[in-house]
Design a binder for this molecule. Structure first.
Ligand code: SAM
Ligand code: SF4
Length: 351
């Protein structure tokens, strides 16, 4: 067994606000405003996708370092009331691994009514919780599904759980968690199955978005020449479907849309590597340990958990959060000379 460190990045306590305009919102030096909050709530997962997790899973976060449901509710409330956040998405690891997920969502729904509360999930176990989650206030889910071929699914995720994922998707749709979107990361071995996955989504009436693999795998096996680019994918899909480029719904939406066989159904491609959208990024991230991360690729994090537990008031926590975002980088720099992947892998940040 190889030892994989969680990769605890450089955590900052003080942050420079030099030159920052006097605005409550999460602005940065490049004129972007973050309104979309991703909250990672656990490092645990029921799958081991090769492009994300090490085979043995991530090292467990000591329970005392994990934000509690009440702490998450408080930080989400500050993000919405004081910092202009307009959408919240829970992620991980696998959010369904948290037994108190319903409580956490109900707490957020009561604290920030009207704000969409979404979840990115592998859907394992969703079959048994979709209704309760919808009742608690969850508005929609994005389900990660990379292949509808059971053997490929098991190879890629190192777990034979495709039936459970499909049952979870059905349950989410029945519970009214809409619109339901499917996210797929393709690897060279699953690329030939991409048209079958699209066909399945068209028949099921769910929107599909392909995501280019980013250098965020815990095993550090990512290589640009192996990555399935948007261009390669379009060529394979084009063998079965007639595709026409539509573009983006709005500039900060990461997916570029293509109509399929004349529409109205579409397929999206999130080309994070080959057609980066950093200039329009509107994300801010909270890790499961309570640090703010301004970019997937930046290891500079600002700790909120320590100050929160030491009695900091909302205004002080909001100030720290603003400082973290003011110092956000211009872009991820994949492909630039000297690019180094971040310490944390995707499952330890929250995608
Ligand atoms: N476990 C949940 C899931 O899989 O949906 C939530 C966490 S997962 C880290 C969030 C998203 O990140 C998933 O859609 C997953 O496919 C994506 N992801 C993970 N590793 C990635 C990588 N190296 N490049 C691009 N996307 C990745
Ligand atoms: Fe787990 Fe999601 Fe990472 Fe797959 S992508 S290993 S389901 S956290």
């Amino acid at each position: 067994m190889t030892t994989v460190s969680m990769g605890i990045p450089q955590v900052r306590r003080g942050v420079s606000l030099d030159g920052r305009p006097d605005t409550p919102e999460l602005v940065d030096r490049f004129g972007r405003v973050a309104r979309d909050l991703r909250v990672s709530i656990t490092e645990k997962c029921s799958l081991r996708c090769t492009y994300c997790m090490p085979e043995e899973g991530l090292p467990p976060i000591p329970i005392e370092n994990l934000l509690t449901a009440a702490e998450i509710v408080r930080l989400v409330t500050i993000a919405v009331h004081d910092l202009g956040v307009r959408e919240v998405r829970f992620t991980g690891g696998e959010p369904l691994m948290r037994a108190d997920l319903e409580e956490l969502i109900a707490g957020c729904a009561a604290a920030v009514p009207g704000i969409p509360l979404a979840m990115t999930t592998n859907a394992i176990g969703l079959e048994h919780r979709a209704r309760r989650l919808a009742r608690a206030g969850l508005t929609r889910v994005n389900v990660s599904l990379d292949s509808v071929d059971r053997r490929h699914f098991a190879q890629l995720t190192r777990r034979d759980r495709l039936p459970s994922v499909l049952a979870g998707i059905r349950a989410a749709a029945d519970a009214g968690l809409a619109p339901l979107k499917i996210n797929a990361v393709l690897m060279p071995e699953t690329l030939p199955g991409a048209p079958d996955l699209l066909q399945w989504c068209l028949e099921a009436g769910v929107a599909l978005r392909f995501i280019e693999e980013m250098p965020l795998d815990a095993d550090h096996n990512w290589a640009r020449e192996h990555m399935v680019s948007a261009e390669r994918l379009l060529a394979v899909l084009g063998e079965r479907f007639s595709l026409r480029e539509i573009g983006r719904e709005d500039p900060s939406a990461p997916a570029e849309e293509w109509s399929v066989d004349g529409g109205p159904q579409t397929v999206g491609i999130i080309a994070s590597v080959t057609r980066s959208f950093c200039a329009d990024c509107d994300r801010t991230r909270l890790t499961a340990e309570g640090t703010v991360r301004s970019c997937l690729f930046s290891d500079h994090e600002v700790d909120l958990r320590g100050p929160l537990r030491s009695g900091a008031d909302d205004a002080a926590l909001a100030r720290l959060w603003r400082g973290a975002m003011w110092n956000k980088w211009a872009g991820h720099g994949i492909g630039a000379e000297g690019f180094e992947p971040p310490e944390r892998s995707m499952g330890a940040i929250g995608g």
